[in-house]
Design a protein around this ligand. Structure first.
Ligand code: ADP
Ligand code: MG
Length: 821
């Protein structure tokens, strides 16, 4: 509690110095920082009801901090101070504030805040400032979330059509992608006698050199609708068709397959200035009430009127060096390209911008951290590490060795380590973690490792206690479930320095935990912890080194976007001798699955059966799982002991059920997805996943990783009753590879980053054009440039960097929880 209070006091002192400007700190702006700290106090320490209520009301005020005037901001802070006893450690005087060394640079971060302009920017003007847009049209635009000029200009085309290269119908070859301009000669719309439920619309178009047809199929045979369809294509109107040439399978005529179409007015086609023809035209996503041609004209007017006012934040030197388009030009060319090459350059520039500020933020925070903090230096190699490698019954894999080397180099430097170790399930991260902890011990420090659940922490502890014992070192365990006596003992041994390595859960960050000299912190399954929690553990020592780990492989582009401030080491090799897991897709018929389970359990092995989340509700899912478990017990496996695990159970109940499974008191564990990542029960050899089509591939892979951990052959059975082409294709990938990275890449490709990340999506910044699968090269480039900028001008103080500093500030503001370190 003292530490938190101290932080609160410090941040207030700093904010006061900054004139209550809601100053920008390293992690967030002042008000958000305070909200975090106070919530933490309210949650983690026993505080009476009255005080809790007070904290809640202060938090509500702080949420609106930005909207209050300075005088009111002061009042809120005074009120808080009145109710919070001063921390015992530091003396706070009203005027003179002692800012420790570490904070001095942070003060300068505020320079970024100061560049925020208060005057209204052209971008924030309402769309009604565009000639011709009144309140009615503005309402229509609002339906597409276009409110300001900026929204309008950044309403990017979903694609472009090149009407410059028109093909004559007589020159059309089957399979070519063509654009044809012609006159609509006839339109028919009818329901074929052999299928009363559809409507076929057919156009015949003539361009003077020949005829071509195109057809669309619609569900339903409503006469009124048919008239509507026909009305879109008036006879004798000019039309542009863009698509692939084929032969129509019914009429055997020359045809064009599902083309993009555009019906033109009578004169436009011949006008060289037309926005809609004779050029590369933008195609915008439309909503009800928006008309494509009108939108083109409107965006064009907006660009013509305002784009000369757009200031390009990128400095000249950068654009010249890397041959990047100017921002105003990029916007103009992206909407209304003069040619294909300019279109590509425009796209490149706009995507670059989306990545650049993200990477600049990472580079900035990282460099600042390097400048401000000096971590303890842990010299390489020595007795313990060597001795441990000798007693280990296996040799390290090449990947383990490489990753440990990378870690060792980091540790030997006072620059704070920011390394994330990614390793597929079973790749042997635990050994690497232990070796890293030994480096701390070797250098006379204590090491600590925090895991997200009690089961995982215990699992680590069992290994570390044994390994430690053989080396003459003491490992201890800390979790919420210890008795008072056990806990007191653990705490005192930690404080006295008797304990060399401590393994634990969140209990490690409780206030009463004190180390003698903590030199290294490992956070396992790091994404399960918040930024604050990781920081709390780190603060238990004096600038300890920090290593984070995760078993969830993510493709490089995502890693760069999510952990751009971290160095990533990948353990991309499994220990030798692993039996691959026999993965089968089971459609409907469960006989085979029951047979495999029965055989394995009769051999003394165990099985998991996992059910997916149904209807977004863990409650309903839990119920379904309970029903299924009962059915299995009564009808299929009366002779086996079946347990159940779901999210509606209390933590202690879950842990207990898990323990029974670990101790072989249960043969089969029926579970919802709450089953722990990282749970290691080598005796389990069957993983059944029901409704497998509902899971992401990465998730299936995680679940599959629960088996195949012993020396026996294991099975993963993906059960599905509903199969479409796509789910079949996805599940097939599972049967083809056991490599988590390949699976993750495929999964990202199939589902896109939003779904791929699912609940782990820690607020990836908005990407309008950039695509994390396609635009890897631009992302890498943006990272390089960002580093270059920060390396030459850490605080972005140069005049020419003024505008990117402002953009960066906006980026920090809009993506408050984004940065991980
Ligand atoms: P994870 O990366 O999923 O945490 P673990 O560290 O739990 O994986 O390792 C999985 C299993 O592989 C453990 O039983 C561990 O002892 C074993 N193991 C780790 N490294 C090696 C190695 N180099 N050779 C053989 N077995 C290893
Ligand atoms: Mg592990």
């Amino acid at each position: 509690m003292e530490i938190t209070k101290e932080k609160i006091y410090r941040s207030i002192a700093y904010e006061r110095k900054k004139g209550f400007s809601n100053s920008q700190g390293l992690e967030s702006v002042f008000s958000d920082f305070l909200i975090n700290q106070i919530s933490y106090l309210a949650k983690n320490f026993s505080i009476n009801k009255e005080k809790k209520g007070f904290f809640t009301s202060i938090i509500d005020d702080l949420k609106k901090y930005d909207d209050f005037c300075i005088a009111d901001r002061k009042k809120i802070i005074e009120k808080l101070l009145d109710n919070l006893e001063k921390p015992s450690k530091i003396k706070i005087e009203e005027k003179t504030i002692i800012i420790p060394n570490k904070e001095i640079k942070k003060v300068e971060i505020n320079a970024i805040k100061d560049t925020k302009t208060t005057s209204t920017n052209w971008e924030d003007y309402s769309v009604q400032s565009v000639k011709g847009i009144g309140s009615k049209l503005a309402e229509n635009l609002a339906l597409a979330s276009i409110h300001t000029l900026k929204d309008l200009i950044r309403y990017y085309p979903r694609k472009h059509l090149n009407y410059l290269n028109r093909t004559k119908i007589k020159d059309c070859k089957i399979g070519d992608l063509v654009t044809i301009w012609g006159i609509i000669k006839s339109v028919t719309c009818f329901t074929p006698p052999n299928n009363k439920n559809i409507t076929i619309l057919t156009l015949t178009v003539n361009d003077g050199t020949g005829k071509i047809v195109t057809s669309w199929f619609y569900g339903g045979a409503n006469k009124y609708m048919q008239e509507q369809y026909k009305r879109r294509f008036p006879e004798n109107a000019q039309v542009l068709l863009s698509g692939k040439v084929k032969i129509d399978s019914f009429s055997k005529k020359l045809a064009i397959d599902k083309p993009e179409t555009e019906v033109l007015g009578e004169v436009e086609i011949e006008e060289s200035t037309s926005l809609h023809a004779n050029r590369i035209v933008p195609v915008y996503p439309l909503v009800e009430g928006l008309n494509l041609k009108w939108l083109r004209r409107t965006i064009k007017t907006a660009l013509d009127t305002f784009s000369n006012q757009i200031k390009d934040p990128l400095p000249e030197w950068l654009k010249q060096k890397y041959n990047l388009l100017n921002l105003p030009q990029a916007l103009n060319e992206f909407h209304f390209p003069n040619d294909e090459e300019l279109l590509e350059r425009a796209r490149y520039r706009l995507i670059f911008d989306e990545f650049f500020y993200m990477q600049l933020g990472f580079a900035y925070k990282r460099k600042l951290n390097e400048v401000n903090t000096k971590s303890v230096v842990l010299e390489s190699n020595g007795e313990y590490v060597n001795k441990f490698l000798e007693i280990l019954p296996f040799t390290l894999t090449n990947a383990q060795e490489r990753v440990f080397k990378e870690i060792s180099i980091d540790l030997a430097s006072p620059k704070p380590m920011s390394r994330l170790v990614q390793g597929d399930v079973g790749s042997g991260k635990t050994v690497v973690a232990f070796l890293t902890l030994l480096m701390a011990v070797q250098n006379g420090f204590q090491g600590s490792i925090m895991a997200p659940t009690e089961i995982l922490a215990e699992q680590h502890f069992r290994k570390f206690a044994l390994w430690g014992y053989t080396l003459g070192l003491k490992a201890s365990f800390l979790s919420g479930s210890l008795t008072k006596k056990q806990k007191d003992l653990a705490l005192s041994e930690l404080e006295s320095g008797n304990t060399n390595i401590v393994v634990g859960t969140h209990a490690l960050i409780q206030e009463d935990v004190k180390f003698k000299n903590l030199g290294l912190v490992v956070v396992d399954e790091q994404h399960r912890f918040g930024v604050m929690q990781r920081a709390e553990l780190k603060n238990k020592g004096k600038n300890p080194q920090v290593l984070t780990m995760t078993a969830t492989p993510i493709p490089r582009t995502l890693a760069l976007s999510l952990h751009g401030d971290l160095d990533v080491s990948i353990i991309d090799e499994l220990p030798p001798g692993r039996k691959s897991i026999d993965t089968k897709v089971i459609k409907g018929n469960r006989q085979l699955m029951w047979k495999i389970i029965r055989e394995e359990v009769n051999k003394g092995r165990q099985a998991y059966i996992v059910f997916p989340l149904i209807e977004e509700s863990e409650k309903i899912t839990a119920k379904a799982a309970v029903v299924e478990a009962k059915k299995l017990q009564d009808k299929i496996f009366p002779e086996f002991k079946i347990g159940i695990l779901h999210g509606q159970m209390k933590n202690s109940e879950k842990e207990e059920e898990m323990r029974r499974f670990v101790n072989k008191e249960l043969d089969i564990l029926v579970s919802t997805t709450v089953i722990e990542v990282g749970v290691d029960v080598p005796n389990a050899t069957v993983m059944v996943i029901e409704n497998a089509e509902r899971f992401g591939l990465a998730q299936l892979h995680q679940l599959r990783g629960r088996v195949g951990r012993g020396s026996d052959k294991s099975y993963c059975l993906l059960v599905t009753d509903k199969m479409g082409d796509i789910s079949e294709q996805r599940l097939k990938i599972m049967t083809e590879t056991n490599d988590g990275f390949i699976i993750a890449e495929q999964d990202l490709k199939i589902r896109g980053p939003g779904e791929f990340l699912g609940t782990r999506q820690s607020g990836l910044p908005d990407l309008l054009l950039a695509d994390l699968v396609r635009d890897t090269a631009i992302l890498e480039f943006a990272k390089k440039v960002a580093k270059e900028v920060i390396d030459t001008d850490l605080l972005l103080e140069k005049e020419e960097h003024f505008l990117i500093k402002k953009e960066l500030y906006n980026f920090f503001r809009n993506n408050k929880d984004y940065f991980t370190s």
